[in-house]
Design a protein around this ligand. Structure first.
Ligand code: THU
Length: 524
């Protein structure tokens, strides 16, 4: 009975993504930051291979890791919880969810006033407690609803429980949810009921409720549910997916509770996915910029893991990841940070390896579907497949071959690795010459080495290159090399171009040389 336990350490990013500046972030790395605090401890995750993840080698590179590990790129244009989780579940969002730093536009408010029959106060980004102090008394007097937002994509409605009973407030939220679609499709509409006598004593009650946007496409949760399997949501997972694809759920108040329910789930009899979100990392420590708190919470989780792993059955898969960053040492904002996220995959059926840098969180959804034997189409690739293992290996070998480059003139180091039909791999580097034109590219070195050893049946080529040996963006094969490839390979031949640290973009050769001249045109 196959099961996946997918645990999201909310906001536990592992270093800024190349486009972090576009999201207002620089020099952010949540794991690095907390690792510098004395409360941090990561003995278990380090043994699993945390330090092998690109950018985390300062944690120490475990020689015999117990998990498959790597880092995940967020392909979506966002750094919020909703978009991060959707991508983990197989849905990439090309546009960020809308935010309202200047409040909601009149068209939205007008529709909301009409639907509820009540006026609106505030309409600005505001702190949840200050908004009660500043607008609570006016709300008591007039019955107008306090509408506010934050740096996140949220429409929040605060109302006193004696003026607007919670059920009524939830009904208003549903009305707002209907209005806030399409262009104004905010991630969440949140009911914020409160009580108290006056500005000094107002307090929020626990009857907060979130009304999330429905995921725009089928997620892996739907796929698992539709296959007749269980999708057990722990913590805020059910809210994030607006309940879609969830078959059982439990809400939690803390990381401790989330971990306890996840551990208890091992004793439940089910086939499918147990999906947990541990939100304290983000909510209690990340946004509050509390480094020791974050580091301690990580240590508690790391310490909890061995007990969980010991209880896992032979067909259980554990996946640990994050949905975005929230570097507690980044003091320019209290917002999330645009970061890569770590992924650790552990289980008896998993061969440990480092899969480098993957292009989308959606590889997680593909891996879940693969393990559970559920069919699901998404932009990701299963990290348990032999082909991904081989692609990663070949890309790494091409990156390693860059070290051999003889480049006194250009300084561009290029490496290539060519996989032959019999499983052998030939690597090559570029070799320059004082007379320039005799220079040979890395790809041709690898291909000529193989051909001169009697090999002509090629399965895949990986290329890596960059000025001074640093891979920055793509360094694809030159035209001459493409022509040489065309001599031996057809349009479906896969060419992997490294994006650095084991990450790659996969091309069909036909994309790199369309309508090329090949042996097919010669009468031989
Ligand atoms: N180079 C390669 O090795 N492969 C290519 O496909 C493009 C170019 C090398 C040749 C030269 O040593 C350096 O990169 C700069 O052109």
């Amino acid at each position: 009975m196959k099961r996946v336990f997918l645990i999201v350490l909310d906001s536990c990013g592992c270093g800024e993504m190349p486009d972090a500046a576009k999201f207002g972030d620089h020099d952010v790395n949540t794991i690095r930051r907390i690792s510098e605090d004395p409360h941090f401890s990561a003995e278990t995750t380090k043994k699993m291979g945390l330090g092998l993840i690109p950018g985390l080698s300062f944690l120490g590179e475990e020689t015999a890791p117990t998990a498959a590990v790597g880092r995940m790129t967020e392909a979506s244009a966002g750094k919020d919880t909703t978009i991060g989780h959707w991508e983990i579940a197989g849905v990439v969002s090309p546009k960020p969810l809308p935010t309202y730093p200047n409040g909601f536009p009149e068209e939205v408010l007008e529709a909301f006033r009409k639907a509820t029959g009540r006026d609106v106060l505030c309409n600005k980004p505001y702190s949840g407690t200050a908004v009660l102090k500043d607008y609570g008394e006016e709300h008591l007097k007039t019955g107008a609803l306090i509408v506010y937002t934050s740096a996140d994509s949220v429409f929040q409605i605060a109302a006193h429980e004696e003026i607007v009973p919670p059920e009524q407030l939830y009904a208003y939220c549903r009305m707002a949810r209907e209005i806030l679609q399409g262009e104004h499709g905010v991630g969440r509409v949140i009911a914020r009921p409160f009580l108290g006598e006056n500005a000094e004593t107002f307090y929020r009650t626990p009857r907060r409720h979130d009304f999330s946007l429905l995921p725009p496409k089928e997620t892996v949760l739907d796929a698992v549910k539709n296959a007749g399997q269980t999708v057990y949501a722990i913590g805020k997972i059910s809210d994030i997916f607006a309940g879609q694809g969830v078959t059982e759920k439990v809400f939690t108040q803390s990381n401790e509770e989330g971990m306890a329910f996840t551990l208890a789930a091992l004793d439940k009899d089910f086939e499918g996915l147990c999906f947990t979100n541990l939100v304290d990392f983000d909510m209690k420590y990340g946004h509050r910029r509390d480094i020791p708190g974050y580091a301690s919470a990580y240590a508690v989780f790391d310490n909890w893991l061995p007990g969980f792993m010991k209880k896992m059955g032979d067909e259980d898969l554990l996946m640990i990841t994050a949905d975005h960053g929230c570097d507690p040492g980044y003091l320019e904002t209290t917002d999330h940070t645009r970061e890569y996220t770590p992924l650790l995959i552990y289980g008896k059926g998993v061969t440990p390896y480092c899969f480098g840098t993957r292009p989308t969180f959606s590889d997680i959804a593909a891996t879940v579907a693969d393990w559970l034997g559920v069919s699901f189409e998404c932009p990701g690739t299963s990290l348990l497949s032999d082909s991904v293992r081989m692609e990663t290996k070949l890309t790494r070998l091409a990156e390693d071959a860059m070290k051999m480059a003889y480049v006194p003139y250009s300084g561009y180091r290029v490496g290539a690795a060519l996989l032959c039909g019999d499983g052998t791999i030939y690597t090559g580097c570029n070799i320059e010459n004082a007379s320039y034109t005799p220079t040979v590219c890395a790809e041709r070195t690898a291909i000529f080495k193989a051909v001169s050893e009697g090999k002509r049946d090629f399965c895949m080529l990986a290329v890596a290159g960059g000025k001074n040996g640093v891979v920055e963006g793509l360094f694809p094969p030159c035209g001459v090399c493409r022509q040489v490839i065309a001599e031996f390979c057809g349009p479906d031949f896969p060419v992997l171009v490294s994006t650095g640290m084991g990450g790659y973009r996969k091309f069909r050769f036909g994309e790199l040389l369309p309508n090329g001249f090949s042996p097919a045109f010669m009468d031989v």
